[in-house]
Design a protein around this ligand. Structure first.
Ligand code: FES
Length: 100
């Protein structure tokens, strides 16, 4: 199976109250994104994976979309529909959330 898009979402938690994606709700966000993909019947084409630290902790919630290698930062649940519609379906990255 070859996915057309593969999304990695950081769900890492750092110890000692250091800034991290998990503290900003990334586990829940990953769940929401999976649900939204399923709802649209896209789960055979688009894969959402939880990832370890992406080394962009202060910019979290961080994610990266392949094959383009587009990175997003400060993503919230409210941004998910736009990322799906514009980028994952429409191939147009969401510029305002890009970190690279
Ligand atoms: S904790 Fe998410 S990028 Fe490091």
């Amino acid at each position: 199976m070859k996915f057309e898009k593969h999304v990695f979402i950081c769900i890492n938690r750092r110890e000692g109250g250091k800034e991290c994606c998990a503290a900003k709700g990334s586990e829940e966000l990953a769940g929401v994104m999976k649900e939204e993909i399923k709802k649209r019947g896209l789960n055979k084409k688009i894969r959402i994976n939880k990832a370890g630290c992406l080394d962009q902790c202060s910019k979290g919630i961080s994610m990266v979309v392949y094959p383009e290698g587009v990175w997003y930062g400060q993503v919230t649940k409210e941004d998910i529909p736009e990322i799906i519609e514009s980028h994952l379906i429409g191939n147009k990255p969401v510029e305002r959330l890009r970190t690279t």
